[in-house]
Ligand binder design. Sequence first.
Ligand code: IMP
Length: 183
Amino acid sequence: MIKETLTIITSNQGKYKEYREKLGGHYKQVEMADVGYPEIQAEELKEVVEFALEVLSERSPLIIDDSGLFVDSLNGFPGVYSSYVMKTLGCDGILSLMENRKDRGSRFECVIGYLGERKKIFKGISRGTITQEKKGTGGFGYDPIFQPEESEKTYAEMSSNEKNRISHRGRAMEKLLDFVASK
Ligand code: IMP
């Protein structure tokens, strides 16, 4: 069933593109709203999302998305600090921290906070490895250094449709679609 307008609260064009491509066929319109919301410092992405949903309720139905890269051999760093670390160290900084490390296992997590008739949280995880060097020019953020285990390519070497099929965000969106379809 085609539903009404869904608002994605984000300032990140890359995230918005992924939402529009996957959810576009399920809503009349998927629009982006770059409105700030308080991002509390928390141990888990879920806590950040739950707090923000309270503040944004008048724009429902809406989605907020908090994601992060968790590197096994760095004890989950940058994790909930992914945004700050991207601004300060960037992909090159992560590659430097990983120099000479054999264990390059890592995961991306995406937590979608959805506010419709009800508030719901959907989580998606994708596992993969940190590459030895940056590869690809697509995507955003840590995409050039993350190779999901299902592929020989980094996310930055994929189209957003390809990435959506296997990514943390794509998986969280699948759960959201199942929930919306069951209503
Ligand atoms: P946030 O969810 O916008 O707070 O994202 C935290 C950081 O992780 C930002 O620097 C994003 O660019 C990065 N990030 C979030 N999602 C992805 C992704 O799907 N691929 C690569 N980097 C991401």
